[in-house]
Design a protein around this ligand. Sequence first.
Ligand code: CTP
Ligand code: CA
Length: 237
Amino acid sequence: GVLAGRALDLAGRHVVISAGGTREVIDPVRFIGNRSSGLQGYALARTAVARGAEVTLVSANVALPDPAGVKVVRVESARELREAVLDAAGVGPDGADAVVMAAAVADFRPDRRSDTKIKKSSAEPDPIRLVKNPDVLAELGSLRRDALERGGREPYPRVIVGFAAETDDVLANGRAKLARKGCDLLVVNQVGEGLGFGTPDNAAVVLRADGGAVEIQRGPKEDLADVVWDLVAERLS
Ligand code: CTP
Ligand code: CA
């Protein structure tokens, strides 16, 4: 539901949202991907626009139309997503007010990509060796911490929001992840039971760096998005 007090409470704010799921190329026809549909990230973009924000949406491999009034930057891999998010988040006068990392970013990628299609001709396939991808959310947190320690006045993102899908020990894992990543808010999704990837509904707990938690009952991804923006707007004001 939309509360009257929400109207245009993000006017004059620039927010950066990542959405969808990255793909890591194996060869010209294959990749390692994930099940993210981008629905939650796109709901965040639409609701932010409705509340008056300037929105940059870094979109990884989604089959969704561009939301009206949003700057969409399309990326494929985790490393492309990192470039686009850091570029949009900026440091300096054009820096974003908030970054929300709703994308499912691949933790690993193949250590090399084949320029030609891998054939099944040989008797046994070669194993695919994986290497670590950069952690964009953790990097945003440490860039901000470094800027603060230098006493810099750069408008680094004042609010950094992460998403996490946990299947077990949801709260304990979420708390540890929030601390590790140095973000202000961590939206911990409950996956399974017909919720999460590709579904219109979501249920979540938003953990705050100050120790608080906000529970969001099962409902449309727009509703979850609006609660995230409520918490972001509160931190920005
Ligand atoms: N994330 C990121 N860069 C990565 C991996 C994740 O920026 N290479 C971000 C996601 O966009 C999300 C948050 O980190 O906002 C949490 O992602 P998650 O996969 O739950 O956390 P990980 O630290 O990768 O831990 P694990 O997968 O082991 O649970
Ligand atoms: Ca991960």
